[in-house]
Design a protein around this ligand. Structure first.
Ligand code: IPM
Ligand code: MG
Length: 361
């Protein structure tokens, strides 16, 4: 039975990097017998341009009928003037929420070939392999009330609400413990329990769920310290679990440890392991259309899709091996370039991955 993949290229560099991931999917289909059908939809600014909304109903319907979703990126300066509810980011937040994709897995792995591309000393990052589990459909991103109101005094007041129900904390904690069980069995829960009541509850619930996973060594860290520890001694971490906004921030920091945010994929899963897969970088409007964006994060997102949603771990390994082979050959997009390497554009990189795949067919 073939799996249906919905492809949402989005904005900025999204279409360029997704084009390379499509080449990889096509190669797995033609040369390795992967049974897939693909369809495309519009989201973000592209959704607004096509249908007047960053998350068109048609896109949501396609997502509902698909087995998984591959997304490029959303956002661009041309949409900055739109009302907040029509901005590209609302499309992304909307699809995460509508599909209940509460568990966001953001691995930060350092490819040994790229140790020089990190701004940290090689010995600090060599062998780095962290998994950040970010809660994705709750917290301050979605809490009510929210808004900007006019006060009697004549000034305005902006407000958002950081809230978590026990059930929301429980399910993300369980996701994180399950992942820790498949790795080094160490989980660090990141919160701000010294200041926030919601974090106090978070910590209590994580500890409660932890009782079901006695093999996992659970620790807790305040988010400010976690940010510092990530750049000081990142290899102390195995799995980290945290709220939506803390995860947004910490995952960007963790990404840079690996040399480039252009290398890192992500998975956003619901309770049934239905997932949306996307690179963790954004739409990079400053380099869009120039053919220089790194497509490897998107290509590696396809590997995550094959592993987590489509139950094709061998296909995933093929992709990951091909990416590693391409790095061995010395090909580098500008974001991971270092002296003595071979400069490559977006399409060169995608073509090289396809070639590396075929070399092993
Ligand atoms: C991310 C992005 C998004 C987020 C933006 C584009 C809404 O930064 O996926 O990390 O904040 O979640
Ligand atoms: Mg982010």
């Amino acid at each position: 039975m073939s799996s249906k993949i919905l492809i949402l290229p989005g904005d900025g560099i999204g279409p360029e990097i997704v084009a390379e991931a499509k080449k990889v999917l096509e190669t797995l289909r033609s040369d390795f017998g992967l049974q897939i059908e693909t369809e495309e939809g519009a989201i973000g600014g592209a959704g607004y341009d096509a249908a007047g909304h960053p998350l068109p109903d048609a896109t949501l319907a396609l997502a509902g009928a698909a087995d998984s979703v591959l997304l490029g990126a959303v956002g661009g300066p041309q949409y900055d003037g739109l009302p907040r509810e029509l901005r590209p980011e609302r499309g992304l937040l909307g699809i995460r929420s509508e599909l209940d994709l509460f568990s966001n897995l953001r691995p930060a792995i350092l490819y040994e070939q790229l140790a020089d591309a990190s701004t940290l000393r090689p010995e600090v990052v060599a062998g780095l392999d962290i998994m950040i589990v970010r809660e994705l459909t709750g917290g301050i991103y979605f809490g009510q009330p929210r808004g900007i109101e006019n006060l009697d005094s004549g000034e305005r007041r902006g407000f958002n609400t950081l809230e978590y129900k026990e059930s929301e904390i429980e399910r993300i904690a369980r996701s994180a413990f399950e992942i820790a069980m498949k790795r080094d069995k160490r989980l660090c829960s990141v919160d701000k329990a010294n200041v926030l009541e919601v974090s106090e509850l978070w910590r209590e619930v994580v500890i409660r769920v932890g009782a079901e996973y006695p093999e996992v060594e659970l620790s807790h860290m305040y988010v400010d310290n976690a940010a510092m520890q990530l750049v000081r001694a990142p290899k102390q971490f195995d799995v980290m679990v945290t709220k939506n906004m803390f995860g947004d921030i910490l995952s960007d920091a963790a990404a840079m440890l690996t040399g480039s945010i252009g290398m890192l994929p992500s998975a956003s899963l619901n309770a049934q392991n239905y997932g949306m897969y996307e690179p963790i970088h954004g739409s990079a409007p400053d380099i869009a259309g120039q053919g220089v964006a790194n497509p490897l994060a998107t290509i590696l997102s396809v590997a995550m899709m094959l592993r987590y949603s489509l139950n094709e771990p061998q296909m995933a390994e093929r992709i990951e091996q091909a990416v590693s082979d391409v790095l061995d050959k010395g090909l580098r997009t500008p974001d991971i370039y270092s002296e003595g390497m071979q400069k490559a554009g977006t399409a060169d990189m995608g073509d090289a991955v396809v070639e590396a795949l075929r070399a092993k067919s």
